[in-house]
Design a protein around this ligand. Sequence first.
Ligand SMILES: [Zn+2]
Length: 269
Amino acid sequence: MMYLAQNYTKYPLWLTIDVEELEDANFGIQPKKKLHIDYAYLIDRWIGLCSKYDIHSTAFVLGSFAKKYPHLVRKLHEAGHEIASHGMYHELIYKIPFKEWKSQTIQAKKILEDLIGKEVRGYRSPSWTLPFEKKYYSTLRAMGFYYSSSYFPFKTYMYGNTIDKKEPFAIYTEHGKITEIPIPKYILPFSGGFYMRILPFWFIRYAMQKLINKGYKPIIYTHPYELLDNLFFKYIKDVKFDMAYILTFAHSANSLQRFKMLLEIYKDR
Ligand SMILES: [Zn+2]
């Protein structure tokens, strides 16, 4: 277990945040004007929320975000959150040539390591699009990644796999072992993003407890923009209202609230 995520311990859930800008979401939302989002405030909000419950998260930071807001990445690091990589530009991996993915991923890792002065060991692919193929895992391991959290056990039009995998599993490559930590599923994925916002909370709570009872440590994941209050209405005039808008923003007022409720449920365990 030594090469698993730095903050993958004790607490029954593994808290993760994918640190990217709202415009990076691959749903293709179309802003009518520049969206002003105060990322400094949102990162502080995350640090504050985690520290209230004395939990540290793993932050999968997008390279382009780190270039724009280096001080925020350092702040997360100094507050005890593990800095891991979310790739460079949030492109769907199957849409770019392998070589380009490789050079971008190397670049993104170096940006983070130069920023925090520490080795970056974890990787989560943009929109769960890492192909489940040995060549990608072997390349990640050669770059110096020890774990990935990119396996989505539910097939959607954009990403995902059909086979369910509940536990972290090792992939042996010619460069050594790399561990994949999959996203949890109980009938449906439920532990972050769109699913966490849309599904009824009783279901999320039930699914979470079911998996914990079986000895698993469910991942929960969020994004800085989900920590905004009333995101759905906040940008309704600034962004084209279409399916992309709904996928990105629907019920996002619930997101922070639900996170708090979950942290409250598991605070003493
Ligand atoms: Zn992302």
